[in-house]
Design a protein around this ligand. Structure first.
Ligand code: GDP
Length: 516
């Protein structure tokens, strides 16, 4: 996080709010970001060609400013939070009036709530015919977002991004919310903030968009961003204008770093090169430690969590639930909520239908939650991310087993822990009926490795239709221990016969992890 040194009241001055726009795909996030950017009165005079730098600031009629993070999608939002960066002061939730609340709307609500960030609803596309705002309001209500017209305290502003309707009202609403939040920063100190975006540019070298959160960043300053450092050679805004100074809440693109830092990492301006080197080396060491920990990820977050629960240090068990059907998701939500006790609360951060995505893992990571997968699997990217970040995905197909495990977790008594380790994938190429033995699947291993007796999940069209164990694994009639990627083999499943050509088999083994 940002470094010590307390600012006095006199030093703290109001700063512009930093806003992230979230919502379901196609509800108009990009259009709204574009439209809001065009309202900038300062930019109008200066002209300039707009460029995507990952964030921009607009000045409204009255001179106040608002900063928008221009990386739509809650994955980016939560990815930053997962790295410990809290950048966003509020979320504008875009809901298309003609489509209403959709899965990613709900996901966005949960991400915002998990981050404890206030939310303003922008009901978009009101230029369309026959839109029904009451329907949207009621759908939001079902997800505990109570808008002002229904007696709640969530601001709701009907807009049209493409017709530029009510954008002034939206900006007013944002500034009003900012006043309530009383956002302040001390501009009179060395700059600190967060990396929003970064890239390696062919001509310009490492380029990072940073959001100044405290202090003032100046051209020529020596900065450490993540583990990279360098002197700020040039500083540009989203109109490509060269700046000499950037004050709190202003996003700027900086040139001059030694390498490319990651989004979500912090930066600080420092007084001299030896200090820069010192911080950079410290951060590199921390990064290596973290990578080493992830590589030997025998102990997951779950084990750590249980140690904390058992020691009375943790008062909440957070869970992200993904299930195959709505009914199961709801039933799991109800079941899990009932497990809350006085000492330890169970909090379902997000519950939805579908496979586990990177966004779920980011959410779990940011909120120190476990992921419950009910008859669903994780995408390859999500699986890798979970492995890297040490997030526990727990796979289930029976509701009471979920309840059982989480209850033990709440009581700090889930020991030892079974943890699933991904092995590989195979694809069924042929099905052979064998008398007395049942069906044998002729397969090719398409990723990783398949091992004798391992756990299997049978996927048809991406849906888990069976979870169980491998009964036999053969190559050319011989029983084998394992078959690796690219090779063909025959498989049969314990107590299960309903297999088809094209089915996918996800293989895993369980390892036992000591909890405390
Ligand atoms: P995103 O996926 O949330 O970023 O959505 P986009 O901004 O790409 O918009 C999706 C589609 O909705 C595009 O075809 C837009 O032109 C359209 N759209 C966005 N805002 C409005 C609006 O206010 N009114 C109407 N009629 N269409 C809109």
């Amino acid at each position: 996080g940002l470094e010590g040194v307390v600012d006095t009241d006199e030093e703290l001055l109001p700063r512009p709010p930093v806003v992230t726009i979230m919502g379901h795909v196609d509800h108009g996030k990009t259009s709204l970001l574009d439209a809001l950017r065009k309202t900038d009165v300062a930019g109008r005079e200066a002209g300039g060609i707009t460029q995507h730098i990952g964030a921009y600031q607009v000045t409204v009629e009255g001179g106040q400013k608002v900063t928008f993070i221009d990386t739509p999608g809650h994955a980016a939002f939560t990815a930053m939070r997962a790295r410990g960066a809290s950048v966003t002061d509020m979320v504008v939730l875009v809901v298309a009036a003609d489509d209403g609340v959709m899965p990613q709307t709900i996901e966005a609500i949960h991400h915002a709530k998990a981050a404890n960030v206030p939310l303003i609803v922008a009901v978009n596309k009101i230029d369309k015919e026959g839109v029904n705002l009451d329907r949207v309001r009621n759908e939001l209500l079902q997800h505990e977002i109570v808008v002002e017209s229904l007696g709640g305290d969530t601001m709701e502003i009907p807009v049209s991004a493409t017709k530029a309707m009510n954008l002034d009202k939206l900006l007013e609403g944002i500034l009003l919310q900012a006043e309530v939040l009383d956002l302040k920063a001390n501009p009179m100190r060395a700059a600190e903030g967060t990396v929003i975006e970064s890239k390696l540019d062919k001509g310009r070298g490492p380029v990072a968009t940073v959001l100044v959160q405290r202090g003032t960043l100046r051209q020529g300053d020596l900065v450490v961003a993540g583990a990279e450092w360098g002197r700020v050679r040039a500083m540009l805004d989203d109109k490509g204008r060269q700046l000499k100074e950037a004050d709190p809440s202003l996003p700027v693109e900086i040139l001059g770093l030694s390498g490319v830092p990651s989004a979500g990492e912090t930066f600080v301006a420092v007084e001299n090169e030896s200090r820069a080197r010192e911080i950079s080396e410290f951060r590199q060491r921390k990064l290596r430690d973290k990578q080493a920990a992830a590589a030997g990820a025998a102990r997951g977050t779950l084990a750590d969590m249980m140690a904390r629960v058992a020691a009375g240090e943790q008062k909440e068990v957070a869970v992200v639930v993904k299930a195959d059907v709505q009914g199961s998701a709801e039933a799991l939500g109800v079941t899990l909520n009932k497990l809350s006790r006085d000492e330890v609360k169970v909090r379902v951060l997000h519950s939805a239908v579908g496979q586990i995505t990177e966004s779920d893992i980011q959410l779990a990571k940011a909120s120190n939650a476990i992921v419950v997968a009910f008859n669903v699997r994780a995408t390859a990217q999500a699986r890798e991310l979970a492995q890297r970040e040490g997030v526990d995905i727990r796979y289930y197909s029976i509701i009471y087993e979920v309840a059982d495990d989480v209850e033990k977790l709440v009581r700090g008594k889930l020991a030892p822990v079974q943890r699933e380790k991904f092995l590989g994938y195979a694809q069924i190429l042929e099905v052979f009926e064998v008398k007395r033995l049942g069906n044998i699947a002729g397969c090719r291993v398409t990723e990783g490795v398949v091992k004798r007796g391992c756990g299997v999940r049978l996927l048809r069209d991406g849906i888990v239709i069976h979870q169980g164990e491998l009964a036999t694994l053969r190559r050319f009639k011989d029983d084998v221990r394992e078959v690796t990627n690219g090779y063909e083999c025959g498989m049969s499943f314990a107590h299960y016969d309903d297999i088809k050509i094209g089915d996918q088999i996800e293989c895993y083994e369980t390892e036992t992890v000591a909890a405390v």
